[in-house]
Ligand binder design. Structure first.
Ligand code: DX5
Ligand code: ZN
Length: 232
């Protein structure tokens, strides 16, 4: 996984057909996505439940590119090795998930994976200030985590701009998660984000038997974001 700041579209399979994850992952990659974003929820850290490492391991062979695993679970440390063994390329934990974020990042990198830190909308950037040399990605949540299809929270655009300045020359991705559409993608791309997670905006109108709309949706988000980067 080499580093660059080009716009990357990461569909969240939270909006896919849960009975067809393998085929859905193949479909979104064939339709031009860059990463596959996998939302793990525990019904405790967030008020929703999805799946665990066994499901991640089962879908891994159906993903050719980057498997980006977003852990919305607490505690998190005890499960890192299981998600690493399941084949995640990036493992992202929340700064709010426990008191020892530094240790969590050490564990992710110790397992040989790229380490991500996610921030809820109410969490300030001071929480990552002393961790920026230990991360490969910071995920700015632009909705409260737990569900797809929520409204983008505008106040986070300023957070992205400030985070981009804090990161400087470090090879750290800024990922946006929640409410990304062709309307909101340009706002965060211009502010410095490069990985755009999108669930409902990618999967709407398509299916594994009719995947064309996935491609149209991915291209629309990418074009809007790239135009904004060029103009910035
Ligand atoms: C929210 C998840 C997101 C979500 C995004 O808790 O982390 O990845 O699926 O969904 P949309 O794009 O529909 O807001
Ligand atoms: Zn996510």
């Amino acid at each position: 996984m080499s580093f660059d700041r080009r716009i990357k579209i990461a569909p969240s399979i939270l909006s896919a057909d849960f009975a067809n994850f393998g085929a859905e992952c193949q479909a979104i990659e064939a339709q031009g996505c860059d990463w596959v974003h996998v939302d793990v929820m525990d019904g405790h850290f967030v008020p929703n439940l999805t799946f665990g490492p066994a499901t991640c391991a089962a879908i891994r062979p159906h993903i050719k590119g980057v498997m980006d695993v977003h852990l919305m679970i607490s505690p998190v440390d005890a499960y890192i090795d299981a998600f690493a063994a399941a084949g995640a390329d990036v493992i992202t934990a929340h700064v709010e998930a426990g008191p020892h974020v530094h240790r969590t990042l050490q564990a992710i990198r110790g397992a040989g994976k790229k380490a991500g830190l996610a921030l809820n909308p109410g969490t300030g950037l001071d929480t990552v200030e002393y961790l920026l040399d230990m991360v490969d990605l910071v995920c700015v949540m632009t909705v409260n985590p737990g569900f797809g299809g929520q409204k983008f929270i505008e106040s986070q655009i300023d957070k992205v701009r400030r985070l981009r300045a804090m990161i400087g020359d470090r090879p750290v991705h800024i990922e946006i998660d929640g409410g990304v559409t062709p309307i909101t993608a340009p706002l965060v791309a211009a502010a410095g984000a490069d990985v755009l997670v999108a669930g409902s905006a990618v999967f709407k109108g398509g299916s594994v038997t009719n995947p064309g709309p996935y491609g149209e949706n991915i291209r629309a988000i990418r074009a809007a974001a790239e135009a904004a980067v060029k103009a910035a």
